[in-house]
Design a protein around this ligand. Structure first.
Ligand SMILES: Cc1cc2nc3c(=O)[nH]c(=O)nc-3n(C[C@H](O)[C@H](O)[C@H](O)COP(=O)(O)OP(=O)(O)OC[C@H]3O[C@@H](n4cnc5c(N)ncnc54)[C@H](O)[C@@H]3O)c2cc1C
Length: 369
């Protein structure tokens, strides 16, 4: 998704782009996530700024992407089970409102106006009308298509090396089938962004943060918004490698309900964890008791591209002239992709920066000893 957005905005700025992927379109984490475009879970700061810009860009992109990409500006609903949780949500929302986020407090007795199937055992919640959703794999594919003839797609082609000139400047990349030349290389390798950086001789500590999703059988619209429990925000912000689960539930236009969210750092271990699935199912049925009688069709896991400070790496790498990074978006890469792509395109064309990108500097991490 991030590579597709970089290619799209670079092409729209008049550049010619070759997109290389060792797999198919969306064969990485983009094909293994959900597709929430959230501002609700972000505290004021650089990530929220990027998310707000992205939310505006997603609305524009939705006009040109076909309906099959399922862009839905449906809003998010964050719920709390007790008064302490509501107080924390109130504080969080107050800070966000100063940063440009719209959030409405919903008292317990009005939650059912928004979500008729929600458990009555809740203290209230906050409605975030700017939250939206998209089908990520199809959005990535159609964005590449919308980029037009300036974008050449080379799938099944692995980047195995970086080509540099006499003073270390980028000249292109090497792949199994030859060389691809260009004055700039954008590292949009997601969770594998650290490996690609290493090919260029630089460190970028991207690590996999595993998450499972449960997918139910298609249902009539039981869940209207993205609904999640207040503790989700703390889990997202946690740096712990240990397993964290919090209830996140959303319907899709195609019918299945998607249930998350789990987070753990266990390397690239793909083995099924029944314990995680049990916790996800328990969290979802606690929020929506009606889901207890529904069948789960399948489950899948993906690896979020995690950087230790939870911010992506976006922009030029001062250590290698011509190398830019656009990776490490962790659990928000679908939401943050358009703003990332536009920021990268601005760098490539020497345009005015859109926002302060200092917090996203790729060389901000201390070198490993
Ligand atoms: C369970 C789960 C739920 C999620 N839910 C959401 C959500 O609701 N909203 C949200 O915004 N985000 C969500 N995410 C996170 C989101 O999916 C990621 O942040 C996003 O997909 C990252 O996109 P990307 O393009 O950077 O990486 P990827 O989609 O992984 O793309 C990187 C590509 O690089 C290719 N590649 C790697 N190395 C090489 C090489 N050497 N040569 C050639 N190609 C290479 C890979 O094949 C891959 O296709 C979720 C993630 C998970 C796991």
């Amino acid at each position: 998704m991030v590579g597709a957005a970089c290619a799209y905005y670079a092409a729209r700025s008049g550049l010619t782009v070759t997109v290389l992927d060792r797999g198919p379109v969306a064969g990485g984490t983009t094909g293994a996530g959900e597709g929430n475009l959230l501002v609700s879970d972000k505290e004021p700061g650089p990530e929220l700024e990027l998310a707000l810009l992205s939310s505006q860009l997603w609305r524009e992109l939705a006009e040109l992407l076909p309906p099959v990409t399922e862009y839905e500006p449906k809003g998010g609903l964050v719920v709390a089970s007790g008064e302490a949780g509501m107080a924390a949500l109130r504080d969080f929302a107050a800070g966000q409102e100063n940063a440009g986020v719209t959030a409405h407090e919903i008292p317990a007795d009005r939650l059912h106006d928004l979500e008729p199937h929600l458990t009555p055992a809740l203290a209230g919640g906050f409605h975030y009308p700017q939250d939206a959703q998209v089908q990520p794999a199809l959005a990535a594919a159609h964005l590449l298509k919308a980029a037009g003839e300036r974008v050449r797609l080379r799938l099944g082609e692995e980047v195995t090396g970086l080509l540099t000139g006499a003073s270390g400047e980028v000249r292109g990349v090497r792949t199994a089938s030859g060389e691809v030349h260009g004055p700039y290389v954008v590292n949009a390798a997601g969770t594998w962004g650290g490996e690609l950086a290493r090919l260029a001789g630089v460190e970028l500590p991207v690590l996999p943060r595993r998450g499972f999703v449960l997918v139910t059988e298609p249902l009539p619209r039981v869940v209207r918004h993205k609904v999640y429990a207040a503790d989700y925000v703390a889990d997202v912000a946690s740096g712990s490698a240990a397993l964290q689960t919090s209830a996140v539930v959303e319907g899709t236009p195609a019918g299945p309900v998607l249930i998350g969210a789990s987070r753990e750092r266990v390397g690239y271990d793909r083995s099924l964890s029944v314990e995680v699935l049990r916790r996800l199912a328990a969290g979802a049925t606690a929020l929506f008791p009606a889901l207890a009688g529904v069948r789960v069709m399948r489950t899948y896991a993906g690896f979020r591209p995690y950087l230790p400070d939870h911010l992506p790496a976006i922009g030029p790498d001062p250590r290698v002239p011509g190398l830019l990074h656009a990776c490490g978006h962790e659990g928000a890469g679908i939401g943050l992709a358009p703003a990332t792509g536009l920021v990268i395109a601005r760098y490539l064309t020497g345009g005015e920066p859109l926002l302060d990108t200092a917090p996203f500097r790729p060389d901000r991490f201390p070198a490993a000893v």
